[in-house]
Ligand binder design. Structure first.
Ligand code: SF4
Length: 220
């Protein structure tokens, strides 16, 4: 486990406007999606869960047919199946996950957000888009007064969160199951629970569960 020190965080708006223009490429992609699928959400996806939670999970970005369609992080695509099943298993969620934002699922002491709030083409945000959207991630972290544990799904979520905390990535390199102490927070790395990673065996359900077992053990 590495220990790194954080600089102070400056709170700003935690949720972007639904027509946020800051990333022109993503705004254009969003407009195209609205024209093609007017019944979909097709907007920046807000965080899900209570700001009083002690656990924050940071993913990469909304999936086109997942959160971009439904409007709730990780809801409606494969990654959500594994994530929500795991949260239910470790008591970070209650209810039944039915891949719909109105399924009644409730997060318990847990919040979910993304490093980039708008769906990017091919699930690949550009570095400038990751940098531009970081202010919303930083504000999300800064406005969670009880936050202690941050699970980072994949390298991009890891690196953007580390930067949002005012740290250098060299002091906290990404590795699956790595744990870093960062001031008041403990950062837990996991490979992203994407279909690609699970289909190729990069991430098994057990590897994923083990990360959350550690978080549960630490938070009590
Ligand atoms: S990714 Fe973030 S900063 Fe960029 S347009 Fe969407 S909400 Fe705005």
């Amino acid at each position: 486990m590495t220990t790194i020190s954080t600089t102070s965080l400056l709170p700003a708006s935690t949720e972007p406007d639904r027509n946020c223009p800051l990333c022109p490429r993503l705004a254009e992609f969003r407009a195209e999606a609205r024209a093609k699928q007017p019944g979909w959400f097709n907007s920046p996806v807000d965080s899900f869960g209570d700001a009083e939670a002690r656990l924050l999970i940071v993913g990469l970005a909304p999936g086109l047919q997942g959160a971009n369609r439904t409007g709730r992080p990780f809801t409606g695509d494969y990654a959500g199946d594994l994530l929500y099943a795991t949260l239910l298993e470790f008591g970070f969620a209650e209810g039944v996950y039915e891949a719909r934002p109105d399924d009644g699922l409730r997060l318990v002491d847990c919040r979910i957000s993304n490093a980039v709030r708008c769906v990017p083409p091919q699930n690949k945000p550009l570095p400038i888009e990751i940098n531009t959207c970081r202010k919303f991630l930083a504000a999300t972290i800064a406005t969670m007064p009880r936050l202690r544990a941050i699970v980072l799904l994949g390298r991009i979520a890891h690196e953007s969160t580390v930067k949002a905390l005012g740290l250098r990535n060299a002091a906290a390199p990404f590795a699956h199951a790595a744990v870093h102490e960062a001031g008041n927070f403990r950062l837990y790395d996991s490979y992203h629970c994407s279909r690609y990673n699970t289909n190729t065996g990069v991430l098994t359900p057990k590897m994923f569960r083990d990360v959350f077992a550690q978080v549960r053990k630490d938070l009590g």
